[in-house]
Ligand binder design. Sequence first.
Ligand code: AFP
Length: 331
Amino acid sequence: MRAPSIDITHVPAPLRPLMLAMARGAAEMAGVIRRGDRRMAAEMGVNSNGDGQKRLDLDADALFRDALRHAGLRWYASEELCDPVAIQDDGDWALAIDPLDGSSNIDTNVSIGTIFAVYPAGTDANASFLRPARELICGGYVIYGPRCSMVVSFGDGTQIYALNPDTDCFDLTEARLSLPDTSFEFAINASNYRHWPRPVRAYIDDCLAGTDGPRDKNFNMRWIGSLVAEAHRILMRGGIFLYPADDRPGYARGRLRMLYECAPIAFLIEQAGGRATDGALPILDARVTALHGRTPLVFGSADKVNRVAAYHDLPEAEVSALFGNRGLFRA
Ligand code: AFP
């Protein structure tokens, strides 16, 4: 059995041990998912934030924590753990991880993923994570799909690696991805329409109006229910993703977690030439204020994300009007 690895040519030298450990963990995780043990989807209770925990959520957390034991990590924070844990006293890095995102899809064979963010480690665990998101030095995800890929940025473009099943190596397939801006595809959970803020409803109304409305374009919709799968589709062919705040109990700041979901995805999208906001302001311009804090998230092709921000600037009367009376964005 070969030791899984990754092409380190484009990985900054100080992060190579960490990326080799992530590659080993990701290849092992891909094997676990491929073998499809039915117990993976077993409900195990809820984590400290009240999110449902599946067997595979817990196994993924243990797997990556083990893989990262000797990778130069000082602190390890996880969606599945209430607080950060110390790894190596002399470690340089603080890594936050969603070990398995999309776990409600485990038993439906839909692509799921691992999302991670890396910051320079300080002497204090929490202070190493509760900081301006833009201090990220590495952000990435693994998508366990028909093809297992790792998408990562070190601040100099977005790179894509594909796991070669013959060598168990993540081979570089794209050194500097550019997010296309040609897609007219939006991703949102439309069942929550009545709960959204007016600017989001207005934006989606105008997409649905197609060539009859101010966009003068017909749109397509996707909703996979797996953030990594949506992000990968948008990086590959463009479009926009929205998970807004809504007025359901517990969704005042949306559903997605700032530290280990939104910030790394925003980093990858920006590095590929796209844009990522909380609906109005760039995600990476915000501070991480709580380990498991949430934020609304809108990301994708820059022009589309900017348009959503403009809808948030509209006067109430305009944002509530039928599109015919909306002052801006005539076709
Ligand atoms: P799970 O990990 O509980 O499946 O949640 C996945 C997720 O955090 C993210 O990957 C999806 O984009 C989002 O939730 C889907 O949320 P809805 O189920 O509310 O549409």
